[in-house]
Design a binder for this molecule. Sequence first.
Ligand SMILES: [Zn+2]
Length: 344
Amino acid sequence: MKASRTGIVFDEIFLKHDQPSHPENAKRLESIISALKEKRLLEKVKPLKSRLAEVDEITICHTKEYVEYAKEFCEKGGGYFDPDTYSNKNSFLTAATAVGSSIDLTKAAISGEVKNGFALLRPPGHHALANRSMGFCLFGNIAIAANVALTQPGIKRVAIVDFDVHHGNGTQALIADDPNILFISTHQFPFYPGTGSIREIGTGDAEGTIINIPLQSGVGDSGFKSVFEEIVIPSLQRFHPDLILVSAGYDAHWEDPLANLSLSLSGFDWITTQLISSAQQLCAGKIIFFLEGGYNLDVLDFGVTNAIRRLLEISNIEDPIGESSQTEPEITRLINELKKIHSL
Ligand SMILES: [Zn+2]
């Protein structure tokens, strides 16, 4: 067995939580998997076995009442948990398998069984709160993985970087009190879910371990480059994590139907290479990507396959969609304010 491979987790059950008329439907992941097959990348990665999480793993971040309610609600056939979040009879099993698989991929990267990884799962997790679903998300996959990581040998600090176009309010709420987890989110603002202002920085011992980077509509490749060079990378270097987890949403692309930031696939790729090289520099390359949003199937296919190529150290990246033709707004003031708030 080659120990230095990129791990992925995928399970057919991730396609069974589905509602075809909803933007967060099974086609998203189906399409990614067929792109990986077509580009002959599936044969280069190490597939890890998926696993259903135990209830007491989900309750690391969620209340027992919510987990039991979600299980029962789905077993009875499901329906809408909240106005945005559907479920069917398979949704609990799907979401619980997403949690178990997130944990196992994280442990595999920590133990060195895999070099790095990409969790190809649904439903996404970064909006889920302790006691309820939100924004297409049932359970906080990445927040649970970060908590489990901190129980593993050699892991004292974990950084989560969330580049989904929406603020990762759920992740932030679930890890808010933990000074050993750094949470950095870039997101369109003001926008759904309404949180993620520059002033939300964590409280008590954890003050300063939440870094929110709210971006106005139209910010794209060049704004993200400044934000990463001046805020994200220096914050990671200062925190010096033993593991980096990434909430990888592809809805900040200019072609995404749900949002208005202007990243291109080349911009996503630049971000990905920065994060991978930070991991190499700070934590022996230990980095795991978790699929969050992204609602244009072409963007998703190329975004995820490009990221997996970078994890595999393959450099031929594809961007057939190109750049947005919009002029980007100036964000120098935002960057200066962030530097001041976070003493960077
Ligand atoms: Zn999103």
